[in-house]
Design a protein around this ligand. Structure first.
Ligand SMILES: Cc1cc2nc3c(=O)[nH]c(=O)nc-3n(C[C@H](O)[C@H](O)[C@H](O)COP(=O)(O)OP(=O)(O)OC[C@H]3O[C@@H](n4cnc5c(N)ncnc54)[C@H](O)[C@@H]3O)c2cc1C
Length: 239
């Protein structure tokens, strides 16, 4: 489906990630499932309009009526991410979507589930969790989230509020470059997969990030006993 979007706000989530909130101008009603993405058609510095997929980072309705959040990491020398970081509020973009089969259907929501993300890989998982955590009762859900340093923990206040309010939600943040004051997990998410599986005993896992992380995490999930069919992945591309 062809979409037309207007940038309503652009806020930093960290030094390299911005949250772009778009209002849908057409069509006004837009059906998508948490976990899906849209293709943005973005005018870039070279004069070319380039198309790139971005996960929708908000559950339907959670960014406001007819609105979606998109979290964009600025990739050095990346034409589209650079253009999106510079996009002015009020700009109008064409887009296509929704797209993708990275989905968590209702019939699969009654088992302990492990979510694993690095950086903006959290975006589709945030949409899924915003949707599911409306439901007070349900199985245990664990998010293992890898970030560079403490200032790179995306949506930190929202994640903390879930921990405080929702006993069945567990958060484990691991930092690859922690400062001296950090007392939590350290290193890449890959290193903590086996331990988390042993603790949660998940029947399902959702993994999102760059290709090397997806491959290593999937391998460790399988080593820890999770069958391939229970591992759902969204791959943002090679490093
Ligand atoms: C289904 C899907 C959903 C995606 N959702 C998001 C999203 O929600 N947020 C987001 O920031 N990106 C997302 N991406 C990546 C996005 O589509 C672009 O690849 C990215 O913005 C780089 O585009 P570019 O034109 O700036 O740089 P390019 O020149 O196209 O890419 C430069 C390099 O950056 C790598 N790269 C891509 N994404 C990232 C990233 N997030 N962090 C670090 N390096 C990266 C690419 O693999 C490539 O090697 C998604 C990709 C896919 C396939």
């Amino acid at each position: 489906m062809r979409l037309r979007l207007r940038l309503e706000s652009s806020e930093p989530l960290s030094d390299s990630v911005r949250n772009l909130r778009f209002e849908l101008l057409a069509p006004r009603v837009f059906d998508y499932a948490p976990g899906q993405a849209i293709d943005l058609l973005v005018p870039t510095a070279s004069g070319l309009v380039l198309k790139r997929p971005y996960s929708i980072a908000s559950a339907p309705g959670r960014a406001g009526p007819n609105r979606v959040d998109i979290a964009v990491t600025r990739v050095p020398a990346g034409p589209v991410s650079t253009a999106l970081h510079a996009l002015g509020v009020g700009s109008v973009l064409d887009a296509e979507g929704p797209r993708g089969g990275f989905l968590w259907p209702p019939e699969e929501r009654n088992v302990p589930t492990l979510f694993i993300a690095a950086g903006t890989g959290l975006a589709p998982l945030r949409a899924m969790l915003q949707d599911e955590l409306n439901r007070t009762n349900g199985p245990r859900l664990t998010l293992l989230f890898g970030c560079r340093g403490q200032p790179n923990i995306l949506w930190a206040r929202e994640l903390t509020s879930w921990v405080d309010r929702i006993p069945r939600f567990e958060l484990a943040v691991t930092l690859s470059r922690p400062d001296a004051a950090w007392t939590g997990l350290t290193g890449y998410v890959q290193n903590h997969v086996v331990h988390r599986v042993a603790r949660l005993r998940p029947s399902l896992a959702f993994v999102c990030g760059l290709t090397p992380m997806i491959e290593q995490v999937s391998e460790r999930l399988m080593t820890a006993g999770l069958p391939r069919r229970s591992i759902r992945t969204e791959d943002y591309g090679p490093v």
